[in-house]
Design a protein around this ligand. Structure first.
Ligand code: BYC
Length: 472
């Protein structure tokens, strides 16, 4: 369905046919805009940014480019088209038609999942609020803003579901989305990774590579939901998520390229003296962001996850492409967990291991980008390999929480950990160094900060000197 842009809230859900809902969302809209003004990208209201805006949800319509002032971005409600024949693909309700409304018994479960998903979206915008001040180029600044406006729209997607399907509770939850803030000691965001700071661009690229990728996997699982409006919302959100991960992957590649270039040119590992980010520090940031993102998958053995599946509210990654009975009542799955202070492999009922299975899919996906990063290092003729740390390293959620485990998966004493932690995770000094590189934003077209290489290609094939952001 085409998106109706003549409305105050652009949408493809025929919002004008439901006056009450329309009014409720029109009431929420100014609050969202106030939040954007207070907590969104700082001091950017007058900038004109070369952004992609969806004009329809089919493949021709979602990549429409033009200059937009961000507060005037047409945030709206876009669901992927409905498949009238869609049935629930798994669990007790397998084969039944998907639900167009929320089944009473699933109300609180669905609300909770939608709130958790929704909460991450404004959280990431808050985390990235100050990054524009230190952008390494106009190209990067534009990508940051593209991600920010899309996360804003993803919040709209979840708020629409709350308003449309959860009555008063839903409206209250929608209000709370703008009240919790990333890192707020009294009202923090729900999930841990979204309360961490994103103070510099190395962190930003790691976040968009690793944490946005959790978004991909969670959204893909929710896109399998028996609650069809949620599934359709997530399907469309996934089309936008790909660009966020692209920004992360290419951002890290470009930092690596620059570092390697300087290492070769000056025949030294000590690129800090040359104003670049050394490979060891990049590895430490990788370790941090990967481990914090692994926590987002929840417990290794989870009855919540088993219930979501059995009830038909959250499936596996690409559920319909998996060749099994989609019930899993008799299936087993091997997980790594902790027992008596050791890491052990254990076979458990597949239903209880669904978080771990999704985490495994995620880890395999993360590894592909690391391979590409290593190719870039190899192409530069250097002998260094980036690695994903062991899944048990630096965890705060799940079986390994509180244990001290090295990146190669050895259980350590507190003393051994303390002696080596600074080799594996960014120290205050590392963070201070990376922060020190973040100079004033580079705002001249075709110029880049010293520590990062230019991208291989422009956005929408624009030339290297394209003015992605006009400052007014
Ligand atoms: N932090 O049985 P478990 C994105 C709690 S990112 C704090 O494993 P479950 C994006 C849990 O709530 C994608 N608490 O739980 C990326 C539970 O509490 P109760 C976001 C945690 O429910 C970048 C207890 O521990 N979307 O979109 O199976 C930029 C037992 O755990 C955490 C979603 O997350 C944690 N990390 O799994 C912008 C999808 N982990 O019941 C956006 C929706 C667990 O004991 N959420 N707990 O009080 C879910 O599917 C699930 O809530 C989780 C947790 C997978 C997160």
């Amino acid at each position: 369905m085409a998106i109706d842009y003549s409305q105050l809230i652009p949408n493809n859900v025929d919002l004008s046919s439901d006056r009450r809902l329309q009014r409720a969302l029109e009431n929420w809209q100014p609050r969202f805009l106030d939040w954007w003004k207070d907590m969104g990208p700082d001091g950017t209201s007058a900038y004109e940014v070369y952004l992609r805006t969806a004009i329809s949800t089919d493949s021709n319509g979602w990549a429409n480019f033009g200059y937009v002032k961000m507060p005037e971005y047409r945030w709206g409600i876009f669901l992927a088209d409905r498949d009238p024949d869609r049935v629930i693909a798994y669990g007790d309700n397998k084969g039944k038609p998907v639900w167009q409304d929320v089944p009473g018994e699933l109300r609180s479960t669905l609300r909770r999942l939608i709130v958790t998903q929704g909460d991450t979206e404004p959280a990431s915008v808050e985390q990235q609020r100050l990054l524009g001040k230190t952008a390494p180029s106009l190209y990067d600044l534009r990508n940051l803003f593209q991600i920010n406006v899309e996360e804003g729209r993803h919040l709209w997607a979840m708020v629409y579901l709350l308003h449309a399907y959860f009555g008063r509770d839903g409206r209250e939850e929608a209000e709370e989305m703008l009240v919790r803030h990333s890192g707020d000691p009294d009202k923090p965001r729900i999930l841990g990774a979204f309360n961490e700071a994103t103070p510099d661009w190395l962190s930003f690229f790691m976040f968009t590579y690793f944490t946005d990728r959790d978004g991909k996997y969670q959204l893909a699982s929710l896109a399998e939901s028996g609650f069809d409006p949620l599934a359709r919302s997530c399907r469309f959100m996934l089309t936008e998520e790909a660009h966020h991960m692209f920004v992360g992957e290419t951002g890290i590649t470009r930092i690596l390229q620059r570092t390697c270039e300087l290492m070769k040119e000056h025949k030294t590992d000590d690129v800090r003296s040359l104003g670049a980010i050394d490979l060891a520090t990049i590895q430490k940031y990788l370790n941090f962001h990967f481990s914090v993102s692994l926590d987002l998958f929840g417990q290794e053995a989870s009855t919540n996850a088993a219930n979501y599946y059995t009830m038909g509210v959250k499936g596996r990654f690409l559920e319909t492409r998996i060749d099994d009975d989609h019930l899993l009542t008799n299936a087993a799955y091997e997980i790594e967990t902790a027992e008596d202070g050791r890491i052990v492999k254990k076979t458990v009922p597949a239903l209880s291991a669904l978080n771990e299975r999704l985490r495994q899919d995620y880890i395999e996906d993360c590894a592909k980008g690391v391979l590409r990063w290593n190719k870039a290092i190899e192409r530069a003729g250097l002998n260094f390999e980036m690695r994903l740390p062991h899944r048990a390293f630096n965890r705060r959620i799940g079986a390994f929480a509180g244990m001290r485990i090295s990146p190669d998966g050895r259980v350590l004493s507190e003393t051994d950990w303390a002696a080596q932690e600074g080799k594996w995770l960014p120290t205050d000094e590392d963070r201070a160094y990376v922060t020190s590189l973040m100079g004033p934003a580079v705002t001249q077209p075709s110029k880049f900060a010293h520590w990062i290489a230019p991208p291989a290609r422009g956005i929408n094939n624009q030339p290297g000197d394209f003015e992605y952001v006009r400052f007014n």
